[in-house]
Design a protein around this ligand. Structure first.
Ligand code: URA
Length: 443
C-alpha cells in the first residue's frame, strides 16, 4: 500500500477501507509513516470528513493501536467522563474524586491542552510531583486501592491518539467530528470502563461552535460507545463564556480544590453535580440523575470527596501541601489587571480569545515540545451578567514572559463586552443525548 495514494483518496473525498486506515495508523505508531504525511492525512480528513462507518472503524483501529485494559477483577461498574474541550474546564478534577467518593470506581485517561482549550493532564501536573505517566500495572493498583486513577495516554494505551492528538494541536486539525470521535472514544474504550458520560461543549469557546454541530458530535460519540456495549450519555453544555473564574493550569487546580471544599463557582459546581449525578446513576449507586446529584452533594459536604482527591494526589506522587495551602504556590513574575472600559453589565466574555491568550501567556503549547508554565493564566473577577463600573477590575493575568506582558493586555481586554442592559442568561446544561435521542435537560 502507498501512503501518498491513501492521502490522495481522502483528499479527493473518497472513503478509506479498514486496511488503508490501518496502514496509516499502524505505520504512524511504529514510526514508519512520517509525521508530515500524517499531517496531510489529518488535513484531508478535516476537509473531507468520514462516513459514519469509517469513523467507527477509525475509532476501532485507534483503540487497538495499543492494549485494552481489563478491569473486570475490580468490583463495581467503572464509569468515566470526558469533555470535548473548553476554556476554564477543570470539571474532571473535582468530578472524579466526588464520584469515586460515592462508591463508583473512576478510571480516567485524559489529554493535554488542545488548541485553545486546557487539558486535565496539564492541570494535574501543575501539582508538583504528580505523576500522570504510570504503568498499566500501577494504574490497576491505584484504582483498586483508591477507587480512582488519573493518567495520560501511554505507549501501551491508545498510542495512536497520544501521537495524533499532539500533532492535531499544532496543525490546526482539531475541530473535526471523526478525528475528535476517534481520539476521545479510543482512549476511553481502552481504559477499562463499563459506562461513560460525555460533556459535549457548544459555543464560542468549543470546538463545535453551533448547537447542531455539537449534537452531531454527541450522537457520533454516543453511537460509538453504545456499539461497543458501553452505556453512554452525552450532555450538551454551554461554552460561550469560560467555566468558573480561573483559566490556566495551577489556578484551575486551586479552583477545583475550592469546589471540593464546597465553595466553588456556581457554574462549575452545577456542571460537576449534573455530570456526577449521571455517573453515579450509571454506576448503579442512584436510580436517577437527580438522586445521583444528591449523593454527590453529600460527599462534598461531609469532606469525603476532598479526602479522596488528597489520597489520589499522594498515591500518584503529588505534594498535597499546595492543595491544603494554595497561597504557598510560586507566583508569576508579572501580575497585571484588566479594567472595565465603561459602566454597564458584562454582556459576553469571549472564551476563545481568552483560551488563546492563556497560550500566549505561557500556559499552553504552539509546538509539540513546548514546556508549559503552570502559573500562567487569567483570573476573571467578573462573569457575564455582572454589573461593572468604568475602571473596575474585570480580570487579572499572570505570566513570566516580559515580551508579551504589555502587548497581550488589549487582546484580553477585548474579550469583555459591556452593554447598558443586563444580558439574558442561557442554561448551562442544554440537552441530553443518549441511545433514545436528544431531549432538553431538566433537573
Ligand atoms: N478531547 C480529546 O481527547 N480529543 C479531542 O480530539 C478533543 C477533545
Amino acid at each position: 500500500m502507498n501512503v501518498v495514494e491513501i492521502i490522495k483518496k481522502k483528499r479527493d473525498g473518497g472513503k478509506l477501507s479498514s486496511d488503508e486506515m490501518k496502514f496509516i495508523i499502524d505505520g504512524y505508531v511504529k514510526g514508519i509513516v512520517p509525521e508530515y504525511q500524517i499531517a496531510a492525512f489529518l488535513m484531508a480528513t478535516f476537509f473531507r470528513g468520514m462516513t459514519k462507518d469509517e469513523t467507527a472503524e477509525f475509532t476501532r483501529l485507534m483503540l487497538h493501536s495499543g492494549d485494552v485494559i481489563d478491569l473486570s477483577s475490580i468490583p463495581g461498574i467503572k464509569v468515566d467522563k470526558h469533555s470535548t474541550g473548553g476554556v476554564g474546564d477543570k470539571i474532571s478534577l473535582p468530578l472524579a474524586p466526588i464520584v469515586a467518593a460515592c462508591g463508583v470506581p473512576v478510571p480516567m485517561i485524559s489529554g493535554r491542552g488542545l488548541g485553545h482549550t486546557g487539558g486535565t493532564l496539564d492541570k494535574l501536573e501543575a501539582i508538583p510531583g504528580f505523576n500522570t505517566n504510570i504503568t498499566i500495572e500501577e494504574y490497576k493498583k491505584v484504582i483498586s486501592e483508591i477507587g480512582l486513577v488519573m493518567i495520560g495516554q501511554t505507549k501501551e494505551i491508545a498510542p495512536a491518539d497520544k501521537k495524533m492528538y499532539a500533532l492535531r494541536d499544532v496543525t490546526s486539525t482539531v475541530e473535526c467530528i471523526p478525528l475528535i470521535a476517534g481520539s476521545i472514544m479510543s482512549k476511553k474504550l481502552a481504559e477499562g470502563i463499563d459506562a461513560l458520560v460525555l460533556d459535549v461543549k457548544t459555543g464560542r469557546g468549543a470546538f463545535m461552535q453551533t448547537y447542531e454541530q455539537s449534537v452531531e458530535l454527541a450522537q457520533a460519540l454516543v453511537g460509538i460507545g453504545t456499539s461497543f456495549g458501553k452505556e453512554t450519555i452525552g450532555f450538551i453544555t454551554d461554552m460561550n463564556q469560560p467555566l468558573g473564574y480561573a483559566i490556566g493550569n495551577w489556578i484551575e487546580t486551586a479552583e477545583s480544590v475550592e469546589c471540593l471544599r464546597g465553595n466553588g463557582p456556581s457554574d462549575v459546581m452545577e456542571l460537576t453535580y449534573v455530570l456526577g449525578g449521571a455517573m453515579v446513576m450509571l454506576g448503579r449507586k442512584a436510580n436517577t440523575v437527580n438522586e445521583g446529584i444528591e449523593r454527590c452533594k453529600e460527599v462534598v459536604q461531609n469532606g469525603k470527596a476532598f479526602e479522596k482527591f488528597l489520597a489520589l494526589v499522594e498515591r500518584q506522587g503529588g505534594e498535597t501541601a499546595y492543595l491544603l495551602h494554595p497561597d504557598r504556590y510560586p507566583r508569576s513574575v508579572f501580575q497585571k489587571e484588566i479594567t472595565a472600559s465603561d459602566d454597564g453589565f458584562i454582556s459576553s466574555i469571549d472564551s476563545l480569545e481568552l483560551g488563546l491568550s492563556v497560550i500566549a501567556l505561557g500556559g499552553g503549547r504552539t509546538k509539540v515540545d513546548d514546556i508549559i508554565d503552570p502559573k500562567a493564566g487569567i483570573l476573571l473577577k467578573k462573569k457575564a451578567g455582572d454589573r461593572v463600573k468604568r475602571g473596575e477590575v474585570v480580570a487579572e493575568y499572570f505570566t513570566d514572559r516580559s515580551d508579551i506582558v504589555d502587548a497581550i493586555k488589549t487582546r484580553i481586554a477585548g474579550a469583555f463586552s459591556i452593554k447598558a442592559s443586563k444580558p439574558d442568561t442561557s442554561p448551562l446544561v442544554i440537552s441530553v443525548v443518549d441511545k433514545n435521542g436528544v431531549t432538553p435537560f431538566r433537573y
